[in-house]
Design a protein around this ligand. Structure first.
Ligand code: F0G
Length: 451
């Protein structure tokens, strides 16, 4: 029996095709829009393929104690909700998912809240949320017999793709914008054996180029335009709902770059709701860097009806994206759930990142936009003190150590960027200091320290 129950539906014109009919660039031949995976059997109330909520909740929890590789993956543990393969035997897994949900005590206190959490997706095998989507899409590539896979990346997608390709015995091609990705991520792509091309263009240029390349040669595209990526990336929604015992938080706050992740998490919660596993959806808000905020502009200018690409600039290189591919999907998620879309500046990002670090939860700058955004939402009264909030931390702090060191040394931000934030920054900075190698000198450095 086939494990495959899916088809693809165009989010623009609604055309439906089988998985095998998708074009190499995953765009609809009729209208040029993207596809999303759908499972027709779920709509039939008494249908054989419609999952049973009570049985699933029990099964998924049981699997956490199972020694089987598929059960130990935080993505494939939920495989009844992603039947995208002909055989689950083709899964390529590094035991992704099952990431921790941490309470943020200090940030909650500072914001006058008591239910604030971080879902730390940086705790995945290659250090970012991309692993959850890579296990699903790369497994499809393997099942369909591709030898080469490729992505354009600001760094994390390439690290994840290279690792999963290596595990599967596939070859991988990475296109990255020269000089604009963090060293930790570049190091990973090299180590996992990808062919890595640094191009004199930005992320958006890399993706444009790769779209042409995959039309000319049999290379499988693994950017988040590939709808199978989003199937894996929706599973943290299941983990969050499970962690709250199948109630859902009031708010989920996600960074926005190419906008695949917010779309995927929205799809995850939507499916849980439609299948009767949860009673409602959280409000999902997307936060962008002020210098890379095309979606924020789109909401301000035309309520998300169209999007004008921007030239992107931010030190949060992971989300340095001016022309996000999945923006229509993200608009739908924000509008359907009653969330918001806003941007935060470079000082706010750096401060939020240092605050998370001071709670023992280091993350990438791109992840810290979530806490910076929450501060705005609290100040504007959009998040109430008694509400439950989950921030999605997308990447590990060691991905971009240069950023962190520059912050603590005081060399990260320009003077005009720190104006008004000097005291907050000074309170958080912990530069390493040269000290004489004697006990007295070391102990002297502790004097006068309060926090
Ligand atoms: N946070 C991190 C750490 C990321 O690496 C990315 C995207 C995002 C947030 C934004 O997620 O694009 O789904 O809205 N990184 C991609 C990459 C673009 O190539 O690694 P998104």
């Amino acid at each position: 029996m086939s494990d495959n129950l899916h088809q693809l539906r165009c989010i623009g014109c609604g055309a439906r095709i089988s998985g095998a009919e998708a074009q190499p660039d995953f765009r609809c031949v009729l209208c040029g829009e993207l596809f999303e995976v759908e499972y027709p059997g779920w709509g039939e109330r008494q249908g054989h393929d419609r999952p049973n909520p009570g049985a699933l909740k029990w099964l998924w929890r049981e699997r956490r104690c199972s020694p089987e590789p598929l059960d130990r993956s935080g993505v494939w543990r939920f495989r009844e909700l992603l039947p995208i393969l002909n055989s689950f035997g083709n899964v390529v897994t590094l035991r992704e998912g099952n990431t921790p949900l941490y309470a943020l005590h200090k940030a909650a206190k500072a914001l006058g809240m008591d239910q604030l959490f971080a879902k730390h997706q940086g705790m995945n095998p290659t250090g970012s949320f991309k692993d959850t989507g890579m296990t699903s899409a790369l497994s499809v590539a393997k099942e369909r017999g591709f030898e080469w896979v490729a992505c354009a990346s600001t760094g994390n997608t390439s690290a994840a793709m290279a690792a999963y390709a290596a595990r599967a015995g596939l070859r991988s091609l990475v296109l990255i914008p020269e000089g604009k990705i963090a060293w930790g991520k570049l190091a990973q792509a090299m180590d996992y054996g990808a062919v890595t091309c640094q191009l004199k263009t930005d992320f958006d240029g890399c993706l444009r180029l790769l779209t042409q390349i995959v039309k000319e040669s049999p290379i499988y595209l693994l950017n988040s335009v590939n709808p199978y990526r989003l199937e894996g990336q929706k599973t943290p929604a299941f983990e969050i709902a499970e962690a709250f015992n199948w109630t859902v938080p009031d708010h989920l706050i996600v960074p926005g770059g190419n906008l695949g992740n917010s779309s995927a998490l929205g799809k995850g919660f939507r499916e849980l709701h439609e299948l009767g596993l949860v009673a409602r959806m959280p409000r999902i808000s997307v936060i962008q860097a002020a210098g890379a905020n095309p979606l924020v502009r789109s909401f301000k200018e035309n309520h998300g009806a169209s999007l004008e690409p921007v030239e992107a600039h931010t030190r949060a290189t992971a989300i340095r994206i001016g022309n996000p591919a999945s923006w229509r999907k993200a608009v739908r998620v924000i509008q359907d759930t009653g969330g918001w879309c806003l941007d935060v500046n470079e000082a706010e990002i750096a401060i939020a990142k240092a605050e998370l670090g001071a709670e023992g939860l280091g993350c990438e700058p791109a992840s810290a936009v979530t806490l910076a955004g929450l501060k705005h939402l609290r100040a504007e009264g959009k998040v109430a003190s008694g509400e439950t909030v989950v921030l999605v931390l997308t990447g590990h702090t060691l991905k971009d150590a240069d950023y962190t060191i520059d912050f603590h040394r005081g060399t990260l931000l320009e003077k005009d960027e720190t104006a008004g934030y000097e005291a907050e920054i000074a309170r958080l900075q912990r530069n390493a200091q040269p000290v004489e190698a004697t006990p007295a000198a070391v102990l002297a450095t502790l004097k006068g320290r309060v926090g």
